[in-house]
Design a protein around this ligand. Structure first.
Ligand code: 4AD
Ligand code: MG
Length: 469
């Protein structure tokens, strides 16, 4: 317990009241674990005025003796000798009542939802997973790099960027041609919030060998789905001299390590969330219920290798799975070269292979400019890792290390060489095979907690029309 100290006989605990039963039993939570501390109040010797103020949400301090509990549910309890109300909580007005609230209601109260058992558990697991990320890479000797949040580069070439400006929006300086004059802006150029730290990360990998980033990234994609955020955290390792196979090995080992770390260090929180999910599943028709519990699902990922499948093989599987173009998918893949939609990714993982899948060697024209072109001249050394219930959790590739090939590609796509001269320098001076990937941290937390909406695994979600708090 975070705020508790134990002497021989006396203990003190500070926290927030969850419930108060029979004027006697307080379930107190100090936020450090899912488990409430049962505090037994000597109601005959406690003033009526104080008893009235022990309400859900109130902050209190209790001092008393630790004793074995006769009641079910806990081994020990505090027999309270001294109780102090630190901060009142009006039971009529406190939105987090001791009952089940809908996730939608809780999202509207993101500043208070963390006081519930479920969100306390989710946020503790998120914290442990972040530690596991650093622990994995630090143990392997990777250098942690803080890539810039404000950048002029569009790493993914997808154009889904939030602009950054210090210019007055109601009086923008214009060039003689009538365009916005970004030379008069803070940086003397057009800038945006980063969509990925990869390009800057590559320059560091080509000096330090193995690096990783772990920071916020921003995408102005207007997709209001349960898998997309406008602000999310990404982990991006980049390794010099690693080819695509080594990149896949690294990604698989890393994901299994962090999941194992959560299983080893968040047992109580995971058990709580598993029970919550089982309860939720009961309201679903039998056919839609998950075949595995949360812990079984997590252990399954640890015990089974990810299935590695080329894009071309995947397309054949998807084609064969829709004989006579039966309406299995809302969008039917007819030809090689089409981009997979999330329904296809989920089909491959959940129905066909029934395990995590690494898809690799995608058509060049549906992937970013920096990926290594294969000898066939039409596919690139890209990989996406697909997870059950999630879809894409990782996107990565071996990078194009050949200066001439990269320049040609950039010309074809109209990417300004001058803007990216610093990126091209990695290919001009001591270029080498290298590769890396990006793991969406919230998609990982989603998988580990078994939640189904990405808005529920980040403290304050940013989605279209929603940047409250
Ligand atoms: O596939 P993406 O776009 O790849 C990159 O950004 C590369 N530069 C990474 C690299 O090679 N270093 O994004 C990587 C991952 C996705 O697989 C997904 O898990 C997550 O980031 N992601 C999102 N997560 C939440 N909300 C969004 N809008 C996301 N967009 C991508
Ligand atoms: Mg991707």
């Amino acid at each position: 317990m975070l705020n508790s100290s134990i002497t021989l006989q006396e203990v003190n605990a500070k926290g927030w009241v969850r419930t108060f039963r029979n004027n006697q039993f307080i379930a107190l939570n100090d936020g450090s674990t899912i488990n409430n501390i049962q505090c037994v109040v000597d109601f005959e010797n406690t003033p009526e005025e104080t008893l009235k103020r022990i309400t859900t949400g109130a902050a209190i301090s209790v001092t008393g003796t630790l004793a074995e509990s006769k009641g079910a549910g806990q081994q020990y309890e505090i027999q309270v000798a001294k109780l102090q109300i630190l901060g009142d909580s009006d039971p009529e007005k406190f939105p987090m009542q001791p009952k089940k609230h809908s996730l939608e209601f809780l999202r509207e109260n993101a500043h208070l939802r963390v006081r519930t058992n479920s969100f306390g558990a989710i946020m503790r697991i998120r914290s442990v997973l972040s530690f596991a990320v650093h622990s994995y890479f630090q143990q392997k000797g990777f250098v942690y790099v803080n890539t810039p949040i404000i950048t002029g580069a569009d790493a993914e070439g997808a154009g889904e960027m939030f602009q950054v400006t210090s210019l007055p929006l109601d009086n923008l300086p214009k060039t003689e041609e009538g365009n916005i004059d970004y030379k008069k802006d803070f940086f003397g150029k057009h800038t945006n919030l980063t969509v990925s730290g990869q390009l800057e990360g590559e320059t560091f990998a080509m000096a330090l060998g193995q690096i990783y980033t772990f920071g916020p990234t921003f995408r102005a994609e207007n997709s209001n789905t349960s898998r997309h955020l406008a602000e999310f955290w990404m982990i991006e390792p980049e390794v010099a001299f690693n080819d695509l196979d080594a990149n896949m090995d690294l990604a698989e080992d890393f994901i299994q390590y962090v999941i194992k770390y959560a299983l080893d260090n968040c047992a109580d929180d995971l058990k709580f969330l598993e029970a919550r999910l089982l309860e939720e599943e009961k309201s679903k028709p039998q056919a839609e219920r998950s075949e595995m519990t949360l812990l079984e699902k997590l252990n399954f990922v640890l015990e089974n290798n990810f299935k590695r499948v080329s894009y071309t093989e995947a397309i054949d599987i998807l084609r064969d799975s829709t004989p006579n173009k039966k309406k299995k998918f809302s969008y039917i893949i007819n030809e090689w070269g089409a981009d997979l939609q999330s329904e296809h990714e989920r089909y491959l993982v959940e129905k066909h292979f029934k395990c995590p899948v690494i898809l690799f060697d995608y058509p060049a024209n549906i992937k970013a400019f920096y990926m290594r072109l294969n000898e066939d001249g039409k596919t690139v050394r890209a990989m996406d890792i697909l997870f059950p219930g999630i879809g894409e959790i990782v996107g990565g590739s071996q990078r194009e290390e050949r200066y001439d090939v990269l320049i040609e590609k950039m010309k074809d796509l109209g990417i300004d060489e001058k803007e990216l001269y610093w990126y091209l320098d990695t290919r001009r001076f001591g270029s080498a095979v290298h590769s890396g990937f990006g793991l969406g941290f919230e998609r990982l937390v989603l998988f580990v907690t078994g939640m189904s909406n990405i808005r529920d695994v980040i403290p304050f979600p940013r989605t279209p029309m929603n940047a409250e708090f």
